[in-house]
Design a protein around this ligand. Structure first.
Ligand code: HEC
Length: 275
């Protein structure tokens, strides 16, 4: 982490990309995806779903990853998720028995006036069945069940709608979070995942923000287990020495809503393996 600090300090004032300043989600989307298509002209669009492994700088890591994926390290966790899903008949709570619907998550729910994620809807389903909801939203059972549910939509293309003023407000709040500098290192998400995407920071290659979330829950070697996207968000907040928020907090759900909207059209690859 020390080396990361030094790298970024040495880079001096980081340029804020102009793609953060549009007024309208559709324009944001266009500018955001164009930015990455231009930055990485040799990366086919769908490849961005593979996170940092899509990027030219990660050729070596990609070769290792392809080996690892011959026997994905999350297989047993996924089986546990499936067992939980079936034991509790979670399919009965979801449209189409939970198949091919994850591409519409997270969504703005007018009735509960909040951004709803797969994790929240899984817990809602458990409650409806008189079961106690899962408390740990970072890893363990929730990560496993959410991974299983998302695997039922593997390959579906992200399709997020922002159709009401309240949904738009949630999106704006997520956007502000993404572009705000924070922590002792005073860096925004965009500093790393837009301005420095594909570069090496503190020995790690940084992924492009295009692709974020579509592979989560992910099995990270650093965790040695499956974890949710919000756990990853917390790790990124901690990296800049900012206080993280809780998994499923309003802040992270809105951040996820903003980020996922920008993935429009990318295929879901969850669960995935990441460093
Ligand atoms: C200091 C640089 C830095 C900052 C700031 C930062 N991240 Fe990260 N982030 C990383 C690194 C390094 C990784 C691990 C390699 C990778 O996948 O990018 C990562 C991984 C991720 C991933 C996983 C990508 C995948 O597909 O596996 C997501 C999502 C993410 N960051 C989102 C965010 C968000 C949202 C913020 C702002 C709250 C943020 N990051 C701030 C450096 C940063």
């Amino acid at each position: 982490m020390k080396s990361l600090l030094i790298t970024l300090t040495a880079m001096g004032i980081l340029v804020g990309a102009s793609i953060g300043v549009h007024a309208d989600p559709a324009q944001d989307l266009q500018a955001f995806q164009d930015f990455f298509r231009n930055k990485f002209p040799d990366v086919p669009f769908d490849e961005f779903s593979n996170g940092l492994f899509a990027l030219p700088a990660a050729k070596e890591q990609r070769a290792q990853w392809e080996q690892v994926m011959k026997l994905p390290p999350y297989e047993f966790a996924l089986e546990r998720g499936q067992a939980f899903w079936e034991e509790n008949n979670l399919a009965s709570c979801f449209k189409n028995a939970g198949r091919n619907i994850a591409q519409r998550y997270p969504y703005w729910d007018e009735r509960t006036n909040m951004v709803r994620t797969i994790e929240l809807d899984i817990n809602e389903c458990l409650k409806r069945k008189g079961q106690s909801p899962i408390e740990n939203m970072k890893n363990g059972t929730m990560a496993e069940v959410a991974a299983y549910m998302k695997s039922l939509s593997r390959g579906q293309r992200v399709q997020i709608s922002i159709s009401t003023p309240a949904a738009r407000d949630a999106y704006e709040e997520g956007r502000a979070f993404f572009w705000a500098r924070r922590g002792q290192l005073n860096l925004s998400c965009a500093t790393c995942h837009v301005d420095n995407a594909g570069k090496r920071l503190g020995g790690k290659i940084v992924s492009a923000a295009l692709g974020h979330g579509v592979g989560y829950p992910a099995y990270r070697s650093e965790w040695s287990e499956l974890g949710t996207l919000h756990w990853r968000y917390a790790a990124c907040n901690l990296q800049v020495r900012a206080a993280p928020f809780k998994a499923q907090s309003r802040q992270y759900r809105r951040l996820q809503y903003y980020q996922t909207y920008l993935q429009q059209g990318l295929p879901l690859t969850a669960p995935s393996q990441r460093p």
